[in-house]
Design a protein around this ligand. Sequence first.
Ligand code: CTP
Length: 401
Amino acid sequence: MHRNTRIILGITGGIAAYKSPDLVRRLIERGAEVRVVMSRAAMEFITPLTLQAVSGHPVHQHLLDSDAESGMGHIELARWAEIILIAPATAHFMAKIVHGEADDLLSALVVASEATLAIAPAMNRQMWQNPATRHNLKTLVDRGVSIIGPGEGDQACGEVGVGRMTEPDEIAQQLLGDGIPQLFSGKKILVTAGPTWEAIDPVRGISNRSSGKMGFAIARAARDFGATVTMVRGPVNTTPPSGVECIGVQSARQMRDAVMSRVSGTDIFIGVAAVADYRPALQEDQKIKAKEPEIVLKLIKNPDILAEVAAREDRPFTVGFAAETRDLLANAKKKLWDKKIDVIVANDVSGEDGAIDNDTNAASLIHQTGVVQLERADKYRLAISILEKISVLMNPEPSTA
Ligand code: CTP
């Protein structure tokens, strides 16, 4: 399965529908385009507005809706989809698919589409064990429908047993996980992310503007490409991606120490962190009282983590990020040479479209012999493109000349 896989997520009326926004996110994270279709009963559990917000597209609800039909009508939608995923799939909806019923939009799409069909059933354990459901399940399996789950555990009805919808991340993984080529399987990747915090006193300090989103996206994408990922991150509020070892630090020197104690044996180092270039010469133990009309702050240069990694004898493939407000390419190229690294990803941080705090970003990837322009995309997709390019640079195809 390729990235940009077009998925219709069909939500039917079960309590697990409350997990649907998370599922949409997990699918998009893996590069899918998602359109949501809800059954009438699903709307009793979660509002279309929520799903519209997370998917970025209006939710399709009705079969015979003139507005919808003049936009993307049901046949067009059926042709658009490469995968139809029904999650949660109720016992009733499974029965409907078995019988080819087409009395609402979602069931009509299933009948009208050639897309791969996958379902993640969710129901009470008795309903799951019921002979009718067993029979329907067997029919669907025989027809080649992919069945994801259900899992075992506590159920909303208070019972314990099989019938819980598989967790969203796991559904997305089963559906798309294998689609991402394991380019970095067996490789160790070390990433820095976020800003650093250089304390002046216990409440004040110097920092750089950085949300940590790009570094987190790189770590996630590297994980999805099969690498073993360690991330050293400065102070940010974002939850680290699962499956990534995450070490939290504050200052540049702490970040340096955390990196240096882990870099040996690393295949790729990616410095995404916005490391503060300077720190106060003195750090006061007590809060400085604002009595003086003027104070002078002496700053000392921090260690350059990226350059230090690149200077090691056992240097990994070394990638830096350059945040620039002007002369993007010239400044970034200078950093590539000065720090003696393999690749630099240049970000324009000026203006409202700049990299900082934005969910999307454009970048130029500069290596020893060329420049690649990477189009504006959400940070995860940009991370995927960056890592794909790194993989090509690390494994050049043998020359045919
Ligand atoms: N970097 C680092 N340690 C530092 C400073 C920067 O590891 N003390 C890394 C960053 O993680 C990034 C790259 O170096 O990958 C470029 O950082 P940037 O701040 O843009 O460049 P500087 O070298 O600080 O140059 P300037 O501030 O003059 O633009």
